[in-house]
Design a protein around this ligand. Sequence first.
Ligand code: MG
Length: 307
Amino acid sequence: MSNVVYAQHLAIVDPRFRQLVLPNAPLHQLHTGSCWTEGPVWFGDHGCLLWSDIPNNRMLRWIESGVSVFRQPSNFANGNTRDNQGRLVTCEHGTRRVTRTEFNGRIRVLADSFDGRKLNSPNDVVVKSDGTVWFTDPTYGIDNDYEGYAAQPEYGGCYLFCFDPRDGTLRAAATDFDKPNGLAFSVDERTLYVVDTGGTHTAGGPHHIRALRVSDENRVRESSLFQEVSPGFPDGLRLDRHGNIWTSAGDGVHCYAPDGTLLGKILVPEVVSNVCFGGARQSRLFITASSSLYAVNLNVSGAAAAR
Ligand code: MG
């Protein structure tokens, strides 16, 4: 692309991207040696980042002074977020469930079946301000024994689910995805961005982000293509406070304006799976990428709901 200006790890495609990044802020590799990193989630109250190393069946914890194991075995945990009370919410491939870690450390199962059949392998999760837990359920964790345990799908689809902890109900919010993956709400929570990575299994299949209009009653009213992402796949994503979408891709992190315009990229030397905002000002972008964890300081903070 002729108008791309490379400044170290930054690819500025649209001039607006300059307002969002810090050209002199380096891309740091904070840890390496994992097999496939995913699920970054920031705990400002503990000054730490938790993330998943899926094939190694563990979750890791980064603080300024170093990295330690947070949970092992992790039941092949994948996506993580926090609920409105700050509790850790985790997608587990190995147990095919979504859990919440209580303040006393006890792990409570939020959802593990739909219509009496096991979930596939919950992949990524976000909590809305009303407390509902939205998660995707593709088959990556039951396709083989690398990221979970090989098994058959039971309910016959790969759905986007909405779990309401107030009454314990689990509802299929959208059933027309191939492989639903990362997800994040817009700042006003009226749009839910959901990735479809069906192209991992089907040549020419989806590698895009869809925008779902969500009603106040949590019903999906419309769905449209937001943006195709290439190279690679948009796996996980988060929003900044302006509503820009920061998503993983094959060559790094892509940043899209709310109208779908590609603003720029953070080029990362490994395939990126997911991102999250953290740090004291919520403006440090943590990046899980293949075997490593990276971070870069930005000139914008994450959306309040971008946990
Ligand atoms: Mg994912």
